[in-house]
Write a new protein. Sequence first.
Length: 88
Amino acid sequence: MVRPMLTAEERARGQRLGAVLRQARGERSMVEVAALAGVPVETLRKIETGRIPTPAFFTVVALAEAVGVPLGALAATADLAAPASLSA
């Protein structure tokens, strides 16, 4: 099965998600947050840089919990045109 190419909007949304997670991670290291979420550091790095624009749902849930951001707030912020403050 061949996966269809992502649209420009889907790639942009992935970049926004990565930026929001990076902002929420703050001063914590990628290693610390990845360990808390139970995901490989390289996966977190690729999500934060937009190289994985459509990460698995459960990966996003684990990362949201690790950085202390409610999933709804993360989704709403990633859907905006630009990253915004994360207040829940």
